[in-house]
Design a binder for this molecule. Structure first.
Ligand code: ZN
Ligand code: ZN
Length: 120
């Protein structure tokens, strides 16, 4: 990859700056106070349009932490990226591979809502 190696720590610090977190070395004229999700949109732009940040970093849509996408999961119901920690709260639908939350109504049935509907 010919990107400058931006680390996950740097991305986290960048998001902290964008969300009004404390800064050690910089004084800004007007520090942004974005939501974490809005801040990640800035990161995403730097990934996709400017190619400055490697596009291997994703934000977990459950806990809003940044993680390396190669260890993450996609929740297929809404294409949300889910970090490995949060993914442990899910199980896989045996029909389609979708991540299904563990607290789904009946526990002994490993099929997602969508596959359940098409079955019956
Ligand atoms: Zn998470
Ligand atoms: Zn399914």
């Amino acid at each position: 990859m010919n990107n400058t190696e931006v680390t996950i720590e740097q991305v986290e610090q960048f998001i902290s700056m964008l969300t009004g977190g404390e800064l050690e070395n910089l004084i800004l004229v007007e520090q942004p106070k974005l939501s974490k999700r809005a801040a990640f949109c800035v990161v995403y732009y730097l990934q996709e349009e400017m190619r400055i940040i490697p596009d291997t970093f994703e934000m977990c849509m459950d806990c809003e932490d940044i993680f390396d996408a190669q260890y993450g999961y996609i929740r297929q119901s809404d294409n949300a990226h889910i970090c490995p920690d949060c993914a442990s709260e899910y199980r896989y639908c045996i029909e389609c591979g979708t991540l299904v939350p563990f607290d789904d109504d009946d526990d002994d049935d490993d099929v997602c809502q969508r596959c359940k509907k098409t079955d019956s």
